[in-house]
Design a protein around this ligand. Structure first.
Ligand code: MF3
Ligand code: CO
Length: 256
């Protein structure tokens, strides 16, 4: 069921999403070569707590028996890791890496969700282009995130843009509605057909999140039950914001 948020609920969404944005502002300033992905997670967790947010990913269950609950506030996925890599004291980031961070903040019963791919020091031209295309794919998608269009229009715009740039979108994971639950209806694939899916209406809050691979679209899951990597070893990037559908242009809630 797709929920339409009331005025008051939208205010709560704004608060949660603002804390996500502040967390990324802090990370942007502090990510440096030589840090562990564990340290990155600590900075994120401390920042969101400082602003009164709860790390919603910590303790999150994917619902599959035998897979442990997610242990951290963030996912920190480096280079060929696509999404959901668990922060580790042993994993050190270095100059030239691309680091995709994904986090969800819960505040007053509402969730805000965003992801960014950061570049560490100087990165290759190709890595930078992948990061830029992934971010632009989000904007290509939200050009259709308004009344008069359907989810399929957003999905199609993302998928076609990425394909035209010579990259692949991940097909097994998708964007989603968001609110009291981290994942609500509708699912929002990063590829699709124009004119298909539900109509967009004011008051919907959606997490739009292109996951883009430099090479082939195929992915693998590691034994930890969480980490997703590219099968061909090529780089991957992720860019996500929580948006609000309005009468006109969408509002991006997880930007300052
Ligand atoms: N933030 C992710 C999303 O965009 C969910 C992460 S799964 C978790 O949907 F286990 F890390 F929480
Ligand atoms: Co999301």
């Amino acid at each position: 069921m797709v929920t339409i948020k009331s005025k008051k609920e939208i205010e709560h969404m704004r608060e949660a999403c603002k804390i996500v944005a502040l967390t990324y502002e802090e990370l942007e300033k502090r990510i440096k070569p030589g840090m562990t992905t564990w340290e990155i997670d600590k900075i994120a967790e401390d920042t969101m707590k400082k602003y009164g947010g709860i790390p919603a990913q910590k303790g999150y269950s994917c619902g599959i028996k035998g897979i442990p609950d997610y242990p951290c506030a963030t996912c920190v996925s480096v280079n060929d890791e696509v999404i959901h890599a668990i922060p580790s004291k042993k994993k050190i980031i270095k100059e030239g890496d691309i680091v995709s961070i994904d986090t969800v903040v819960l505040k007053d019963g509402f969730n805000g969700d965003a992801a960014r791919t950061f570049t560490v020091g100087k990165v290759s031209k190709e890595a930078q282009r992948l990061v830029d295309v992934t971010k632009q794919a989000f904007y290509e998608g939200i050009a259709f995130a308004k009344p008069g269009y359907r989810i399929g229009d957003v999905s199609h715009a993302i998928g076609e843009y990425v394909r035209m740039q010579g990259y692949s979108v991940v097909e097994e994971f998708q964007g989603h509605g968001i609110g009291k639950e981290m994942h609500e209806d509708p699912g929002i694939p990063n590829y699709g057909k124009k004119g298909k899916g539900i109509r967009l209406e004011p008051g919907m809050t959606l997490a739009i999140e292109p996951m883009v691979i430099q090479g082939k679209h195929n992915i693998l899951e590691l034994e930890d039950g969480w980490t997703i990597i590219t099968e061909d070893g090529s780089l991957a990037a992720h860019y996500e914001n929580t948006i609000l559908i309005t009468e006109n242009e969408p509002e991006i809630l997880t930007l300052l």
